[in-house]
Design a protein around this ligand. Structure first.
Ligand SMILES: [Zn+2]
Length: 176
């Protein structure tokens, strides 16, 4: 397979609808699979700068297709952290228990056992120790992105925590 940057601007291409999307892993490698013949090949993509690239792939089977590469800022880390959560208006004493099942710079996935009346975009305060030996619990506010009733809550941080988040560089100030 040959991987080259797509010259056409994204989304104007006639084959854009067939475009595959890949998230570049922490190792900055991406494994691309041809849907026609099933060949797979891994490419190093660390030298590609920026967040998103559209690349043209020419497969040995003569199929040509596009892939969009997204560089994840947000690597999720599996965790098992006891936590509590509550709505903004709920007193702390009535917080419910949960487990933080994964954690990233951008948000949290909470594992819950009770059905709770939550809907998308609700704001929750999550209280936990970021590390098992951390001296204090911290509170972060998330906005609910998805909710699997009685099972999971996925949320994105909407606060900026001074201890865990460095100042946002100017280049990242525009959200995509
Ligand atoms: Zn192929």
């Amino acid at each position: 397979m040959i991987l080259t940057p797509e010259r056409q601007t994204a989304d104007q291409s006639s084959i854009g609808s067939k475009r595959q999307k890949y998230f570049v892993s922490r190792k900055e490698m991406v494994t691309i699979r041809c849907r026609t013949c099933g060949r797979m090949e891994t490419f190093p993509v660390a030298e590609l700068q920026g967040k998103r690239h559209v690349m043209r792939v020419e497969c040995a089977c003569a199929q040509t297709f596009e892939v969009a590469l997204e560089f994840r800022q947000d690597y999720r880390k599996k965790t098992e952290i006891d936590a509590s959560f509550r709505a903004l208006s709920t007193p702390r004493a009535r917080a419910r228990q949960c487990v933080i099942a994964d954690h990233s710079e951008g948000g949290l996935m909470l594992r819950i056992t009770d059905e709770v009346p939550i809907k998308q975009n609700d704001r929750l305060i999550v209280c936990y120790r970021p590390d098992s030996d951390a001296p204090h619990e911290i509170e972060r506010i998330i906005s609910v992105r998805h909710h699997d009733r009685g099972n999971r809550i996925g949320g994105a941080f909407i606060d900026i925590h001074p201890q865990t988040q460095p100042a946002i560089p100017a280049t990242n100030a525009v959200l995509h």
